[in-house]
Write a protein that binds this ligand. Structure first.
Ligand code: FES
Length: 117
């Protein structure tokens, strides 16, 4: 797929908060999640660098209690929201895989399709 894909509206994400998505196509499916902090949105593949497990505690819950870090629900690794770097836990120094998104006119768009590679 070329071009940008609409994911959702910015105001559909809690602030601060998170939401998971499944991107599907005829070639497969990829799980991603987005984190909103004010006007900024960050997106990553939903795969922990420790084991490849999905990260959420409950559906759409990817942040720790302070809502300042991403937290893996399996072994508790903590990641910076702004760059996906693991700062605590079994995969310190490794990164979540970023997914390029942008906000345009209040809509969150996927800039490149991770399924297409
Ligand atoms: S699978 Fe995420 S910390 Fe172990």
């Amino acid at each position: 797929m070329s071009g940008r894909r609409r994911l959702c509206r910015l105001d559909e994400l809690p602030d601060p908060g998170s939401r998971g998505f499944t991107l599907g196509s005829h070639t497969g499916a990829v799980e991603i999640f987005m984190v909103r902090r004010g006007p900024q949105v960050y997106a990553y593949r939903n795969s922990c660098p420790h084991t490849g497990a999905t990260l959420e505690w409950q559906p759409d819950v990817f942040l720790d209690h302070s809502r300042t870090l991403i937290q893996c629900g399996l072994h508790g690794a903590l990641f910076r929201i702004e760059n996906g770097e693991c700062v605590h836990g079994p995969c310190v120094g490794r990164h979540l895989e970023a997914v390029p998104v942008e906000v345009r006119d209040g809509t969150i768009l996927l800039r490149a399709d991770p399924i297409a590679g």
